[in-house]
Design a protein around this ligand. Structure first.
Ligand SMILES: Cc1cc2nc3c(=O)[nH]c(=O)nc-3n(C[C@H](O)[C@H](O)[C@H](O)COP(=O)(O)O)c2cc1C
Length: 138
């Protein structure tokens, strides 16, 4: 079984309420666990940054569905690589909402506002991983 990690960024096509985000998260939680996919979704400044880890065919198929979702566009694939084992052990969503830890992470990257499309693959992964262990889930 070939395990992969896929990272992409996108921009929302309309304002997202907390309720909208919760809807995406609930859907991801139930679908992804039955697909054996783990990862994390981060939302801030009208952008999404998502990492998906799992079996290559399953991750590819899910990404094609997600990329087709009218709630976002400007999809940019930031990374796609083989992995030995997943870094994210379940499904999470980091909701930034301007938390101090998030702001600190932006400062480290010398970014004024969250623009995930500008991140290099390694930076995007480090960002998500750091956030996953410091951020409460919604
Ligand atoms: C930014 C974003 C991230 C998403 N992530 C996931 C995901 O990880 N897993 C998932 O099943 N659906 C995700 N979705 C929702 C899918 O695009 C799609 O609506 C869903 O897979 C349809 O599921 P259903 O056929 O069970 O209704 C995401 C949508 C958006 C806008």
């Amino acid at each position: 079984m070939k395990l992969v990690r896929l990272i992409y960024s996108s921009a929302v096509t309309r304002d997202m309420s907390l309720q909208d985000l919760k809807g995406i998260l609930d859907c991801a939680r139930s679908n992804n666990s039955s697909l054996g996919i783990c990862g994390m979704l981060c939302y801030e400044n009208n952008y999404f940054l998502q990492v998906l880890e799992g079996e290559r065919a399953k991750v590819s198929e899910l990404f094609i569905d997600i990329a087709d979702d009218p709630r976002h566009d400007e999809i940019e694939l930031l990374g796609f690589e083989y992995i030995e084992k997943p870094l994210f052990d379940n499904w999470k969503m980091g909701y930034a909402g301007g938390s101090p830890i998030f702001q600190k992470m932006l400062e480290k990257l010398e970014m004024d506002a969250f623009e995930p499309g500008k991140l290099a693959p390694r930076q995007a992964l480090a960002f998500l991983h750091h956030l996953s262990s410091h951020q409460s889930e919604i």
